[in-house]
Design a protein around this ligand. Structure first.
Ligand code: UD1
Length: 429
């Protein structure tokens, strides 16, 4: 297994190109199942999760073509992929693949909408809580699906096609909203989704589906209305920039000090996180090219933050914020309300010298003047990157083990950080 070796203490300076969002790419690729035509996605990041989803879709009969390199192409721009689900040959998604990535469960919606049946394994994914799929099942039932659960599989059927309905989510769920939106595009009649997730990735999916001929309004608000259509066509769509990658590098700079331009980043995708980063003492400036983050001297101020659905502070940046506040000049409190058990990074940050106490869903972080490098273990995607940014600011050497978690969600992490002066390298097994 690969490891990452970091020698901390360097300020970061330069620019980091922000990739297309993983969490938008996955539902967009899955939406390709809704049409017989080709869906062309641009700005797709090179990530292990994208490769895994290609395999899962490939098993269903989807052809995926990755456009070759073009002369003069910017090496930092994402890839263009052609997703063609002309013939769906299988409506089953098996345990061995779906258990590796939770989002792949979402194929249930387009398979059911287009083929009238789907058998999909209950998902796996990051070990950050129980993460059930009851609300996704509820949404499909509200659109007329018959659901059976057998041997760890969700078996969904519809005799005469899905029909529009009213879906009221008791909790905000991103995956539930993606699932409901995809299923409703091909349902007969109108669907109303109440308490929909407002995450920018839902908006990106809806934009792409509308270009494919869907009739979706209200995406980005908590009430989405979808008028079903008979069929969807292909289109070309560019994936929006990754707000979690943006926030992660912003916190790295806020922690190490320095001055970095996050190219292509869009402030409106993570305003609440940028406000928190600014409140720690870093300067945050929106420019025509992206977002500039700088901290030159000065201490890191402590914060009080609670994770919330968008537009609140994202749970996917909670671990990184904890790394940042571990060096603050004072005591911070971070409360995690989205996922229980999303504190596995605490023990590992403690190995670097962080002082963190857990009480239920709240972590109390007593800032320390310095961290020291140590061997640490990546436990999930966002937790592992929090160890990387802590290591960049720690004295001495840190090795991060189990970096396959990082490869799921961060494109060329070492190269991007090394280009800004970080001493970071991958040690291949
Ligand atoms: C997505 C993101 C993930 C992010 C999360 C919250 C992708 C690929 N993943 O995950 O990075 O951390 O949103 O912003 O986009 N819940 C239920 N029943 C359900 C579904 C969800 O109780 O059927 C609960 C979950 O346990 C959790 C909350 O709802 O407490 C939010 O989860 P959800 O928004 O669905 O997360 P994902 O879509 O899996």
């Amino acid at each position: 297994m690969d490891r990452i070796r970091i020698v901390g203490g360097q300020k970061l300076a330069g620019s980091i190109p922000i990739s297309g969002a993983k969490n938008a790419t996955l539902p967009l690729m899955i939406a390709g199942l809704l049409t017989q035509d080709t869906l062309i996605l641009e700005n797709v990041p090179r990530l292990a999760d994208v490769v895994l989803l290609q395999r899962i879709l490939g098993n269903l009969g989807v052809d995926i073509m990755i456009a070759g390199k073009r002369a003069g192409a910017d090496p930092n721009s994402g890839r263009t992929i052609h997703v063609s689900a002309k013939n769906i040959v299988d409506t089953n998604a098996s345990y061995d693949l779906v258990s590796q990535m939770r989002a792949s469960f979402w194929v249930v919606a387009p398979l059911l909408a287009r083929m009238g049946e789907a058998k999909v394994s209950m998902p796996g994914g990051c070990a950050i809580g129980t993460r059930p799929v009851d609300l996704l099942i509820m949404a499909l039932q509200d659109l007329g699906a018959e659901i059976e659960i057998d041997g760890g599989y969700v078996i969904a059927r519809t005799k005469n096609g899905l029909r529009g309905g009213k879906i009221v989510f008791p909790t905000v769920t991103v995956g539930g909203t993606h699932t409901a939106v995809m299923a409703a595009t091909l349902a007969r009649g109108t669907t109303e989704i109440e308490n929909a997730a407002r995450e920018p990735e839902v908006g990106d999916l809806a934009d792409c589906l509308n270009k494919m001929g869907a009739k979706i309004s209200g995406a980005g608000t908590s009430r989405i209305v979808i008028e079903g259509v008979d069929k969807l066509n292909g289109t070309r769509h560019s994936v929006l920039p990754d707000r979690i990658e943006t926030g992660t590098y912003a916190m790295a700079v806020a922690m190490t000090g320095g001055d970095v331009l996050l190219q292509n980043a869009r402030p409106e995708l993570l305003q609440s996180a940028l406000d928190v980063i600014a409140s720690t003492g870093a300067s945050v400036t929106a420019t025509n090219e992206g977002i500039r983050i700088a901290r030159n001297g000065g201490q890191i101020a402590p914060v009080e933050v609670t994770t919330q659905p968008f537009p609140g502070f994202p749970t996917d940046l909670q671990a990184q914020l904890m790394a940042l506040t571990s060096r603050a000049n004072g005591t911070s409190h971070i409360t995690e309300t989205i996922f229980e058990n999303r504190f596995m990074h605490v023990q590992e940050l403690a190995r670097l010298g962080a002082r963190i106490k857990l009480d239920g869903e709240t972590a109390t972080i007593e800032g320390v003047p310095r961290l020291r490098g140590a061997p640490v273990m990546a436990t999930d995607l966002r937790a592992s990157v929090s160890l990387v940014i802590a290591a960049l600011a720690a004295e001495g050497e840190t090795t991060v083990n189990r970096v396959y978690h990082l490869d799921r969600g961060f494109e060329r992490l070492e190269a991007k950080l090394a280009a800004c002066g970080a001493q970071i390298e991958r040690l291949s097994a």
